[in-house]
Design a protein around this ligand. Structure first.
Ligand SMILES: Nc1ncnc2c1ncn2[C@@H]1O[C@H](COP(=O)(O)OP(=O)(O)OP(=O)(O)O)[C@@H](O)[C@H]1O
Ligand SMILES: [Mg+2]
Length: 1128
């Protein structure tokens, strides 16, 4: 069984067990197997985990009104690297300032399409209602146990709260976090996405909090989550890329290093992501809020201008910088030196520049767009470097031409006109236009105003351009769903707070109000829907502060506008006075004049203090009027309208010049855009669900900071509202499903109405009436302790359930195993029986055939041999012979064998021809003579004897002539050894019928008559030396002849036959003596050796060394048989 089979089997088992109501929860083993399938295994919390890692939802805090226990819960979780915690549907997160491994693709996949309560808190997923989920020892523990139970989602369930805490950036990021796989960011994002898909409702995720808390990071993580998990197509991929790439571009132009955050967003961003009916992102739209333009011309100490300036200077290619007239040194530019911190260790401007350039291309900027954009950015730097000198009557004049030249080229304007516009102001008096010179101060603020306007408007153009590239273009389907992502600047409190901080904090105040209202509303709506009486909740409503800022006529913004617009000598201080006059008595406003002595000590005279919900902030009124006015002199506007730079022509519209109406002030514009945003969010409160994410940063858990953040994010307010009545609520079916095992009446299944089932269950559990309420479709539990007690009971109960499940499963698996084994055994047996039966049947068939043939043969036995009787006849003959063999006497058998042998010999001899017969006769003689006597005899056996070993041309005709009528019977080349010196001489030995002749090149040297031949001596070794003994008294003969033949056996056999001296051949071991003329004797010594050698020895003997190694006899026998075969 392979793994897939096991898995299937387990699933089936699980299903069957669940169906039969056997147990409501798979065992751990089973869970793990299912988990390996990509689905998170659902594990139950350990009883102690709550104490160690805290509750994952603050609504389950027993002492929910206590800030201390709130912070303690955060601390426990932070210690375990659990940075996310819910307050109902709000996600509170703590900025870890280190990389947690919870944003990987695997994590994203885990959160994709899984119900909210199945996974631990994360940005991607919104938490449904009060679910318990504890985490500890790295494993996520959660319940309820079943996946796939639909969420009870009402439109009133809103995502409400947001917060971000910040602390100075921790430079050395902590090393790898301790292993934990809990808490992923994606829960909120995925939940919003799924709600949008399944309920077809637009969603909104609000992210807010203090600067540096991680709002932008969170929004990026959510965007990445969508990019990874949403369906794709070519077009969708482009949109995804553009959506993702819009971030680096906007961050480059809209983010800057502040004292609180190295990448602080200096604008608010609300981004719509549009999804088609398949759920694929098909478009997007960005709304930007109030860019902090003042940063272009001034930065506080330790802060920087917008990133793009540094990126361009640091990363721009040489050619680019040259064409823009820039130097690669930020210190050269007045607009970049104020903060005195051009380099930041956490920022790599060069690589960021590359990213931005790439992102611009992805978004759809062509080369011209980029060039014009960079021209504008560079021109801002040149503007900052314009230097003014004093001309007559205190009027200003520009002292350096270089900047004007660059500006004229980069902005595409006339240099002279620009110079005039930067030093004069156009006034219209009595219908006449007059150019009034500016003094030094006025001129530099005109220049700064131009820089801010150019940068600010270009930023807006940039956002519009990105929007154009993100626009959903498919006309065929105009219906799309939207997820909104709000990443607004966080609450800011600096040492010196100005107009920008005022606007930013006002914005946060509005959001807080929205959160509280929505939370309250959602709670109220739920209670109403469930028919439960709403009890009023005590909480701080910050509407009073919002009103103080924005109320018509009496609000701070109205007063500021009034001061900006009124004729006369209005300035920042008159605005402060007006403020004191109009709203001086307000509980949330304090000025130096109105403050008590203690407060006065910490307030300057030009400051007013607002008591925000998040804390007190002193605002310095200096620059309020200017910043609010945001005025750009008309003639500067005109110059910009004349620009040849296409971006600027779009930013500075000529119609603006003809429009006599004074534009709205910055604060009013901001107020209006905020009101619009609130409208959008409030309108969604009726039809959408949204998520939010609060955060706090710290390397270690800084309690003072955290307490401050808890306060300013209004978390306790939010929790109080959430916990106004009941800590936990859950739909009846879900509650029953989870806890039914705790009551015998509801276990294993409840057949009646769900409400009654739950009532029975809680009665059995002993809930007191004040502890819970039964709604229309949900049970409401007031105290977490009631729920925890139930949960703990379930925990205990689970052990017995698990045992049962295990027993069931083991039984089932063993049974299945046994059945499988049995089936296999039966199958094997069946096969084997079949084989045996088939074999038997075949044997029977063969026997029947034999019998049939026998009988048939018997019938046809007297006929000629034919197919019918041949078997029978053969069989009878065979039987007869075999019988005969068995019964014959032993001697008869011997006799027969002899006969057979004779017969074979006879038939062989009959086949022999005369030539072969002659050959065999010679071989027989050779055998008789030399077999087992001379060592090289075996070598001669396979070689045929021939009548001559000389070629025609070797034999001199004169020799034949000399022989006359004597017929030559054999000729062989030999070596003759001198009798004394043993000098070898090549000779030919010829045998005729009468004599042996030794020939030397046509001369008959010696003739030995056979009759005279006394004998022939040859050694027993393998040499070819032999001696022909002749009578020594014969004068013609000069003694015995010592010869050597390569065919010694053949030669001696021939000599023996021709001379008829077969018996005269002596085979001698050791030495041969031979006679030399005059009675002298010579000796030939034969010795075996490794090398054939015939030479005179020192003792005067002829020494013959013969080879003593020859192949084994079998070799010669084989050769012999081959020869014989070839002859036959
Ligand atoms: N989830 C996180 N994990 C690790 N580090 C984080 C996380 N969120 C934020 N940070 C760190 O905190 C820094 C500040 O975060 P971010 O820029 O998102 O703050 P912000 O809330 O947008 O601030 P601002 O209001 O100034 O724009 C990041 O640069 C990053 O280093
Ligand atoms: Mg930000």
């Amino acid at each position: 069984m392979d793994v897939a089979d096991i898995r299937n089997l387990m699933r089936k088992t699980q299903a069957s067990i669940l169906k039969n109501g056997f147990l409501g929860k798979p065992s751990d083993d089973l869970g793990n197997v299912v988990a390996s399938d990509g689905v998170r295994a659902m594990m139950e919390s350990a009883l102690t985990a709550r104490d160690r890692v805290g509750v994952s939802d603050f609504v389950l805090l027993e002492n929910f009104t206590s800030e201390a226990s709130f912070i303690e819960n955060l601390r426990k979780r932070f210690k375990e690297n659990l940075i996310y915690t819910y307050i109902g549907s709000v996600l509170v997160s703590v900025n870890p300032y280190k990389d947690l491994e919870i944003y990987t693709k695997n994590h994203m996949e885990r959160y994709r399409g899984v119900n909210f309560y199945e996974v631990s808190p994360h940005i991607g997923k919104r938490y449904d209602l009060r679910h318990i989920e504890e985490e500890g020892d790295g494993a996520r523990r959660e319940f309820p146990p079943f996946r796939g139970i639909p969420l009870n989602r009402e439109p009133s369930e809103l995502m409400l709260q947001e917060l971000v805490w910040s602390q100075k950036r921790v430079e050395n990021r902590l090393k790898q976090q301790r292993g934990t796989d809990s808490s992923d960011v994606y829960a909120v994002g995925d939940n919003a996405y799924r709600s949008m898909r399944t309920e077809r409702k637009d969603q909104c995720i609000l992210i807010s909090g203090e600067s540096g808390a991680g709002k932008t990071e969170a929004s990026k993580k959510i965007l990445q989550y969508y990019a990874v998990t949403c369906p794709v197509s070519d077009q969708v991929q482009t949109v995804k890329d553009r959506l993702l790439q819009s971030n680096p571009v906007l961050e480059a132009f809209g983010n800057a290093k502040t004292l609180r955050n190295d990448n602080s967003s200096r604008f608010g961003k609300y981004m719509d992501i549009q999804f088609d009916f398949k759920g694929a992102p098909v478009g997007g739209h960005i709304i930007n809020y109030l860019l902090e333009k003042s940063r272009v011309v001034h930065q506080n100490h330790g802060e920087r201008n917008f990133h793009i300036f540094y990126q361009m200077i640091e990363g721009g290619e040489e050619d680019l910088l040259r064409s823009l007239g820039l130097e690669r040194n930020p210190q050269q530019y007045q607009y970049l030196v104020k903060g005195n911190c051009p380099k930041v260790s956490s920022i790599n401007d060069r690589s960021e520049w590359k990213l931005v350039r790439k992102a611009l291309t992805v978004i759809g900027f062509n080369e011209d767009d980029v060039e014009e954009l960079l021209n504008i950015i560079a021109s801002v730097l040149h503007l900052g470097n314009i230097q003014y000198g004093e001309a007559e009557e205190g009027n200003s004049c520009i002292t350096s031409d270089t900047q004007i030249k660059y500006l004229a080229r980069l902005l595409g304007v006339n240099g002279a006109v620009l110079t005039e516009a930067l030093t004069h102001k156009k006034i219209i008096a009595k219908g006449e236009e007059l150019m009034s010179p500016l003094n030094l101060e006025q001129a530099s603020s005109a220049r700064d105003a131009l820089s801010k306007a150019v940068y600010g408007r270009t930023f807006t153009w940039l956002v519009n351009k990105i929007n154009a590239s993100l626009t959903y273009t498919d006309d065929s389907s105009k219906h799309y769903s939207v997820i909104g992502l709000l990443d607004i600047y966080g609450f800011e409190v600096f040492q010196h707070n100005s107009f920008e901080q005022f606007c930013i904090n006002y914005c946060n105040e509005k959001l807080q109000q929205l959160f509280i209202e929505l939370t309250l509303k959602s709670e109220q709506e739920e209670y109403e829907a469930e028919g439960i009486t709403w009890e009023p909740v005590q909480y701080f409503n910050n509407k009073i502060i919002c009103d103080l800022v924005e109320e018509k006529f009496k609000g701070i913004i109205s007063i500021l506008d009034e001061e900006c617009l009124r004729p006369g000598d209005a300035n920042d201080l008159t605005f402060l006075e007006k403020l004191e006059d109009t709203v001086g008595g307000h509980a949330h406003l304090v000025t130096h004049k109105l403050a008590d002595t203690k407060t006065r000590k910490v307030m300057a005279r030009d400051e007013f203090r607002l008591l925000h919900y998040a804390g007190e902030v002193n605002y310095n009124v200096n620059g309020f009027l200017d910043k609010n006015n945001d005025l750009l002199f008309r003639n500067l506007k005109e110059v910009m309208c004349m620009s040849e730079n296409k971006i600027l022509t779009k930013c500075f519209d000529r119609e603006e010049l003809s429009d006599k109406k004074r534009p709205d002030t910055a604060a009013t514009q901001f107020k209006a855009s905020l009101a619009k945003l609130m409208e959008i969010l409030m309108s969604w409160s009726r039809r959408t669900s949204a998520a939010s994410s609060p955060m706090t940063p710290s390397r270690r858990f800084d309690e003072v900071l955290i307490r401050h953040q808890v306060k300013y994010l209004g978390l306790m307010e939010n929790l109080r509202v959430r916990r106004a009545g009941f800590a936990y609520r859950r739909r009846y079916e879900v509650f029953l499903q989870r806890y039914k095992s705790l009551c015998p009446d509801t276990w294993p299944s409840w057949q009646g109405k769900l409400r009654e089932g739950v009532a029975t269950l809680v009665k059995h559990l002993g809930y007191k009436p004040e502890e819970y309420k039964m709604g229309r479709s949900k049970i409401f539990i007031r105290f977490p302790k009631t729920l925890f007690a139930t949960e703990d009971a379930l925990e205990t109960r689970k052990h017995s359930l698990a045992t049962k499940l295990q027993a069931g499963w083991r039984g089932y698996s063993q049974k299945t195993k046994f059945q499988k084994l049995r089936t296999s055994a039966v199958r094997v047996q069946a096969w084997w029986r079949g084989i045996l039966a088939r074999r038997r049947a075949q044997r029977r068939r063969q026997a029947a055939d034999t019998i049939r043939r026998f009988v048939k043969g018997f019938i046809y036995r007297h006929r000629e041999r034919c197919p019918e009787n041949e078997y029978f006849l053969d069989y009878v003959r065979y039987s007869f012979l075999m019988n005969l063999r068995r019964n014959l006497p032993k001697s008869a058998s011997e006799q027969l064998r002899k006969l057979c042998m004779q017969n074979m010999v006879w038939s062989y001899c009959k086949k022999i021809n005369p030539e072969w017969k002659h050959q065999m006769e010679q071989k027989m003689i050779a055998s008789e003579l030399f077999k087992d006597k001379k060592d090289n005899y075996p070598q001669s056996v396979p070689k045929l004897f021939v009548s001559t070993r000389l070629n025609g041309e070797d034999l001199n005709p004169k020799v034949l002539q000399a022989l006359g009528s004597e017929k030559m019977k054999y000729a062989v080349p030999v070596t003759k050894y001198d009798r004394r010196g043993y000098k070898p001489r090549p000779r030919q030995l010829l045998l005729t019928s009468n004599c042996a002749v030794i020939v030397e090149e046509g001369k008959l040297k010696q003739r030995i008559e056979y009759e005279a031949l006394k004998g022939i001596s040859v050694s027993s070794l393998s040499d070819g030396v032999f001696v022909l003994h002749v009578p020594s008294e014969d004068n013609k003969q000069k003694g015995d002849v010592v010869l050597q033949s390569d065919h010694v056996i053949e030669t001696l056999t021939k000599i023996a036959i021709c001379s008829d001296k077969i018996n005269s051949i002596n085979i001698i071991q050791g030495s041969i003596k031979y006679s030399v003329a005059q009675g002298k004797e010579g000796i030939i010594d034969f010795t075996p050796g490794s090398e054939l050698l015939v030479a005179k020895a020192k003792n005067g003997h002829l020494s013959v060394v013969s080879l003593n190694e020859y192949p084994p006899l079998e070799h010669y026998l084989r050769l012999t048989s081959e020869v014989l075969l070839s002859l036959n």
